[in-house]
Design a protein around this ligand. Structure first.
Ligand SMILES: Nc1ncnc2c1ncn2[C@@H]1O[C@H](COP(=O)(O)OP(=O)(O)OP(=O)(O)O)[C@@H](O)[C@H]1O
Length: 350
């Protein structure tokens, strides 16, 4: 059962606006992060993700709106008094301190006794995959190792809000996948409230209770990973998530007219103009003579399946499909395509 306390907004950003010259890097952004919640902000480069974190941290003054922590307006509170932990992309470590000294920095500032501090350093270095590294000089670490130390340092003081900017950006894939699982478990255990920024949707979806997709300084969509994945709010979000099968459509009854011909839509879809998304799983390759005739342009190995790029006739947009590893058509082959309505999502017309 969820307690009323867990619903409390620890962070509230209200109409936050930041301008650099005529351009708004943040344009009236409103966002809440509940206590104990992990929210990941996703978006293309330049969409305002880092500016949002910097504004919450107090490192970037607002041109409009406000930031509240625990209900208190932070307008007059300097960065170091906000009680937020930060880990930024450039993960600057103190070069004159060893690894243990870096991780212990926050707890030392908070006057945590030495024994507890050292135990915490050990625990955190284990967590980030650097057991026994406390005595190493920072200059001898690889970029990825430095990033892990920076993460341990940000976690060490147990801040009320932990903010991470591309926390796992430079790490290799297997370490990232392991760390995402461990971080989620750790945040749950500590009850940490997290606002993280990443351009890696896989990471965001694995880590977050809720994701926020940004575009040009505004929020394009907010929701649980499952909601956003199943029901992208716009063609922009769908494309950002890597779904390429998006086209203009007009729904009439059980079908939509599209550049790919008639595509079946979910029962109860409203009639009229819209955009249509067909997930690759909804693109069926058949041997039948009916269906949309396409040429296989490319096949890409994806581990569990082959991703196919199909070219329909008459300059209609290309179609992404998924095929099993065995028996997939070769590049240059002609295939017939049909669509299944359960993998079709209607998006607002643009
Ligand atoms: N100090 C600054 N002066 C001028 N423009 C800035 C400044 N900081 C950011 N911007 C601009 O504001 C916009 C948003 O930048 P921001 O760094 O928040 O984006 P981002 O989504 O974090 O991008 P990335 O994923 O590349 O880090 C960009 O167009 C950027 O060029």
């Amino acid at each position: 059962m969820t307690s009323p306390l867990s619903k409390r907004a620890l962070l509230r950003v209200e109409d936050a606006t930041v301008r650099f010259g005529p351009r708004a890097a943040l344009d009236a952004v409103t966002l809440e992060v509940a206590a104990h919640e992990t929210v990941c902000v996703l978006g293309p480069s330049g969409s305002g993700k880092s500016t949002l974190l910097r504004a919450v941290a107090g490192l970037q003054p607002l041109d409009g709106g406000r930031v509240l922590l625990d209900g208190a307006d932070q307008g007059a509170v300097p960065a170091h008094r906000r009680g937020v932990g930060l880990m930024f992309q450039d993960h600057q470590l103190f070069p004159q301190r060893d690894v243990g000294g870096n991780v212990a920095f926050g707890p030392r500032m908070h006057k945590v006794p030495r024994e507890r501090r050292e135990a915490r350093v050990r625990e955190l270095l284990d967590l980030v995959g650097l057991p026994g590294a406390a005595g190493r000089a920072v200059g001898t670490l690889s970029g990825g190792e430095q990033q892990r130390v920076a993460l341990a340092r940000a976690l060490a003081p147990e801040p009320r809000l932990l903010m991470l900017d591309e926390p796992l950006g430079q790490l290799d894939r297997s370490l990232r996948e392991r760390l995402v699982v461990e971080l989620r478990e750790l945040f749950g255990r500590l009850g940490t409230t997290v606002l993280a920024v990443t351009h890696d949707q896989g990471e965001a979806f694995a880590l977050a209770d809720r994701v926020v997709v940004m575009r040009d300084g505004r929020i394009a969509q907010t929701g649980t990973p499952l909601d956003v994945w199943q029901r992208p709010a716009s063609a922009f979000v769908a494309r950002f998530l890597g779904f390429e099968n998006v086209a203009d459509a007009v729904v009439a009854g059980a079908y939509a007219d599209t550049p790919w011909g008639k595509v079946p839509v979910p029962t109860g879809s409203p009639s009229g103009p819209c955009q249509i998304l067909v997930r690759p799983a909804g693109v069926r390759l058949t041997d039948a003579s009916s269906g949309l005739r396409c040429t296989v342009l490319a096949r890409t190995f994806r581990g569990s399946h082959l991703a196919l790029t199909l070219a329909p006739p008459d300059a209609a947009p290309r179609i992404d499909a998924a095929a099993p590893l065995r028996g997939a058509p070769e590049v240059g082959a002609e295939v017939a395509v049909t669509f299944t309505p359960d993998e079709v999502v209607l998006l607002p017309a643009e």
